[in-house]
Design a binder for this molecule. Structure first.
Ligand SMILES: NC(=O)c1ccc[n+]([C@@H]2O[C@H](COP(=O)([O-])OP(=O)(O)OC[C@H]3O[C@@H](n4cnc5c(N)ncnc54)[C@H](O)[C@@H]3O)[C@@H](O)[C@H]2O)c1
Length: 389
């Protein structure tokens, strides 16, 4: 059997999830042997740490060398947001299969250029929209698509986190507009916007948006940072110039409306996503605080509509086919959901099919909406979304 070699570029918080996904689900691919070959990070210590955890043999610190390495077939781009466009485009041009972390780019223009390149590229490509594979989310989406909820009326998505609630968390690329883009919006809102599109279809207009910065400056770190971790702080502070909180009101092309709110400073919320989908015939609601079920109410006349608990079972999306323990109500975690995505991406490569469930096109469409939200928050007025092919 042929072998395909994989490189993870960026050994920070999310590089670890990619490593888990390739190591756990790579062996389940038929058609080629998937080998996690290289971990690349500008910080050698981080690359070595991640490689050691997962038994990866090669370390690199120059992403350009990895992208041009003929021995590498598949690349995960797990770098800070401002590097996504350059590295993803270089990897596509080099003929690699590329899975780029969200957001696909800092701007819709850059995302569009990457999408254009991906259309003509030899390799398969995708944007990391892992939350689509939460079994409950995938099941709600299936019900939306088969019309069980009727005509779509409204979606509400809260993505509330507290990773930045501590003012003593160090300053990093995440808190700079130039390197991260809008803060909570691109970090969390990218997922929220993608889930909104996943359920409801395309957005026509952002009718309004509000942005808040609640912690205006942070101490610079005295050592390397990854993810949302604490490190020793220096005495010097730097400005935070992107949003801590962003909320937006959406109008979809099908006439439905949506509310999304994203925060990185919502004390006590951890990493909480809540999705509520309302149609003329029913409502589905989910929160990742209880990942093993969602609630479904189907309309009954006479005021009898009430919620039923829909628990994960082996027949639920992804559970029977891919969960390690496909048992009724066996909880499915963050990393496992990530692995389902890696499995789908590797399967697309093995079957020579486009990766549709979180494509580069999806990454671009999300970018258009995100850019419109950002603009609406600045001009304090409605903004039409995209409009280009
Ligand atoms: N899909 C998700 O749910 C999810 C969750 C968290 C983060 N992310 C995304 O993943 C990306 C990375 O986030 P993170 O939290 O892992 O960040 P991080 O800061 O923890 O890790 C980024 C890594 O990139 C390395 N790096 C920076 N510049 C580099 C360069 N030029 N060459 C090689 N390595 C370099 C850093 O040393 C660091 O180890 C972001 O775009 C973020 O939006 C996605």
């Amino acid at each position: 059997m042929s072998e395909k070699r994989i490189a993870i570029i960026g050994a920070g918080m999310i590089g670890a999830a990619h490593a888990f996904g390739y190591r756990t689900y790579g062996p389940r691919i038929s058609g080629f042997s998937a080998r996690l070959d290289t971990v690349c990070d500008a910080n050698a210590e981080l690359a070595v740490n991640l490689a050691n955890k997962w038994g990866v043999s090669r370390i690199a610190n120059d992403w350009r060398a990895v992208v041009s390495d003929p021995e590498i077939d598949i690349i995960s781009v797990c770098l800070p947001n401002f590097l996504h466009t350059e590295v993803t485009q270089a990897a596509l041009k080099a003929g690699k299969h590329v899975l780029c972390e969200k957001p696909l780019a800092l701007s819709a223009g850059d995302a569009r250029a990457t999408r254009d390149l991906a259309r003509g590229a030899l390799g398969k490509s995708g944007t990391v929209f892992n939350y689509r594979r939460i079994p409950a989310i995938a099941d709600i989406r299936a019900r939306v698509k088969n019309g069980e909820l009727g005509d779509l009326v409204q979606i509400i998505i809260f993505y509330q986190c507290d990773y930045a609630a501590d003012p003593l968390l160090p300053h990093s690329w995440r808190y700079e507009f130039d390197r991260a883009g809008p803060g909570a919006l691109l970090d969390l809102g990218t997922h929220a916007v993608d889930l909104a599109r996943f359920m409801m279809g395309d957005v026509e207009q952002v009718s309004g948006a509000v942005s808040t910065i609640s912690i205006h400056e942070r101490f610079l770190p005295a050592e390397a940072t990854t993810g949302h971790g604490h490190v020793t702080l220096s005495d010097e502070k730097a400005k935070v110039d992107n949003d801590d909180v962003m909320s937006a009101l959406l109008r979809f092309k099908n006439g439905a409306q949506g509310v999304i709110t994203t925060s990185r400073v919502a004390v006590g919320m951890g990493n909480r996503i809540q999705v509520e989908v309302y149609g003329t015939k029913g409502t589905a609601r989910f929160t990742n605080e209880f990942p093993s079920h969602y609630d479904l109410a189907l309309f009954e006349s006479g005021g009898a509509s009430s919620f039923r608990r829909m628990i994960n079972r082996p027949s639920s999306p992804y559970v029977g086919a891919l969960a390690a323990v496909p048992h009724d109500l066996a909880p499915i975690g963050y990393a496992e959901v990530f692995g389902f995505m890696i499995y789908e991406f590797l399967t697309a490569i093995a079957q020579d099919k486009n990766f549709e469930n979180g494509s580069i096109e999806d990454g671009y469409r999300a970018s258009e909406i995100l850019e419109a939200i950002q603009k609406a928050s600045v001009i304090n007025a409605p903004v039409k979304v995209g409009g280009e092919d």
